[in-house]
Design a protein around this ligand. Structure first.
Ligand SMILES: Nc1ncnc2c1ncn2[C@@H]1O[C@H](COP(=O)(O)OP(=O)(O)OP(=O)(O)O)[C@@H](O)[C@H]1O
Length: 248
């Protein structure tokens, strides 16, 4: 058994003809960890998640998940293990209605009709969206689409969940709902976000990226409460840590 669940080993990456985006990135994660990935716009957070699900291939180094290298030959197996929730949920929902959307993954993995139904309903109940079961996707609001996208991953029973900016498009009530959901998940979570307050509540570990490298990999408190470090990387303290002056 490997001592880690996922590992980046000296991974470097650049898009075609662009400067290096990620430079010799190394870190590993254990089962059940909740990790926030933070950094300024364009630093490579989404790219890091795309590499993890094999949507991009490292130029150097390798990524290992549960003992398997992420590469073309293993992608189908990987995709069952790793659920990826895109920043723009719209682009990942493609079936006619919510039930069909959630059923797509489990059906593809060969589960029978009753099992598929059970997994879909369990996932919809988990995100509190059972009432949307028969709704056409195009009638959902942005926040509902986000929660349905999360439910598709739960219906697949993925043990590793990657989320790219999950609180975008959520109103305060649904944002709170998401935080509570995340805190109840036993799966390993890797979450990229500029919502540092949400990360402070949901992640025990934070990886701060800057200039293609890991600037700091530490506890949420160590990283998200270090104003000098955050400002060096183009970020600010979480709002809950700032002395907010409200307009009269
Ligand atoms: N398909 C692509 N082709 C070329 N360059 C790309 C592509 N996708 C992203 N980039 C560039 O790679 C860099 C990293 O992008 P990425 O989306 O990973 O950043 P990010 O940290 O997630 O940003 P943000 O916080 O704005 O979402 C950016 O400069 C971006 O313009």
């Amino acid at each position: 058994m490997s001592p880690f669940q996922m590992a980046f080993k000296e991974v470097s990456f650049n898009y075609q003809q662009s400067e290096p985006i990620l430079k010799r990135i190394s870190f590993s994660t254990s089962k059940g960890e909740s990790i926030g990935i933070v950094g300024a716009n364009g630093v490579g957070k989404s790219t890091l998640l795309r590499l993890l699900v094999g949507l991009e291939t490292p130029k150097e180094g390798e990524i290992i998940i549960e003992g398997m290298k992420v590469e073309k030959a293993n992608l189908m197996k990987m995709r069952q293990k790793v659920g990826y929730i895109f920043q723009d949920s719209e682009s990942q929902l493609f079936m006619n209605n919510v039930y069909e959307e959630l059923a797509f993954g489990p059906r593809n993995y060969g589960y029978g009709q009753e099992q598929v139904k059970a997994q879909v309903e369990e996932a919809l109940n988990a995100v509190g969206m059972m009432h949307l079961k028969d709704k056409p996707i195009y009638t959902l609001s942005g926040g509902e689409k986000k929660l349905v996208a999360i439910a598709t991953i739960l219906a697949m029973k993925s043990q590793i969940i990657l989320m790219d900016e999950p609180t975008i498009a959520l109103d305060p009530r649904n944002r709170r709902h998401l935080i509570e959901l995340l805190n109840g998940f036993e799966q390993t979570k890797l979450i990229t976000s500029h919502d540092l307050d949400m990360l402070l509540e949901t992640c025990e570990r934070i990886i701060l990226l800057g200039d293609g490298e890991i600037v700091k990999d530490g506890t949420a408190r160590e990283v998200l409460m270090d104003q000098v470090l955050l400002e060096q990387c183009g970020l600010e303290l979480p709002l809950c840590m700032q002395n907010i002056k409200l307009k009269a």
